[in-house]
Design a protein around this ligand. Structure first.
Ligand SMILES: Nc1ncnc2c1ncn2[C@@H]1O[C@H](COP(=O)(O)OP(=O)(O)OP(=O)(O)O)[C@@H](O)[C@H]1O
Length: 165
């Protein structure tokens, strides 16, 4: 397990076709051979990982998620959290880079929740018909945070990949 508890990665997405159409300009770039991004012409910011427009889901998974999966198997807790303004690529990255990946080396069964918290309302992204009023985040008397009104979906991994059960 890495000694740093929180690591921050930035993924820069390419301009969308409609942004190109409206002549929007790229204003965030990866500084070559560094883990810095440049905003505008001269403001640079360091991160643990940076991924440019051409980056693949696999690169992201290998650098950011795979080490966490290994720690998880060793009994540590791990969280991958996507943060960014609307349209910045959170769903694209989590959906393609995290859910559905398996390295085929291990066989395991895990319970997975895929929740969206938007304007103080919870949505179960694996069971879209669930009423948000049935879902709650609660803290118990020992300070553990958990969900109520959601059982989690079962994912089974086998050598052929990850299956939704
Ligand atoms: N790295 C990328 N490469 C190519 N297209 C991308 C990339 N990241 C995001 N996109 C595209 O950008 C659009 C917005 O991405 P996405 O829906 O993932 O954003 P979001 O952050 O989840 O937005 P919201 O908060 O509104 O749900 C989508 O059309 C998606 O396909």
């Amino acid at each position: 397990m890495n000694e740093v508890c929180v690591r921050v990665a930035v993924r820069v997405r390419p301009l969308l076709p409609r942004e190109v159409l409206h002549n929007h300009q790229v204003c965030v770039r990866v500084v070559p051979d560094t883990s810095h991004v440049m905003i505008g012409k001269d403001k640079t910011f360091p991160f643990d990982h940076v991924f440019g427009c051409e980056s693949s889901h696999d690169e992201l998974y290998e650098a950011c998620v795979h080490p966490l999966v290994e720690s998880l198997i060793d009994g540590y807790n791990a969280t991958v959290f996507a943060y960014g303004q609307t349209g910045s690529g959170k769903t694209y990255t989590l959906g393609g880079g995290l859910v559905g990946k398996g390295d085929g080396q291990m066989e395991h069964t895990v319970r997975v929740s895929y929740m969206e918290l938007y304007q103080e309302e919870l949505r179960d992204l694996l069971e879209l018909h669930t009423n948000h009023k049935e879902l709650h985040i609660r803290e118990d008397d020992r300070g553990n945070t958990g969900q109520e009104g959601h059982s989690g979906s079962l994912y089974k991994s086998s050598h052929s990949g990850v299956l939704v059960g």
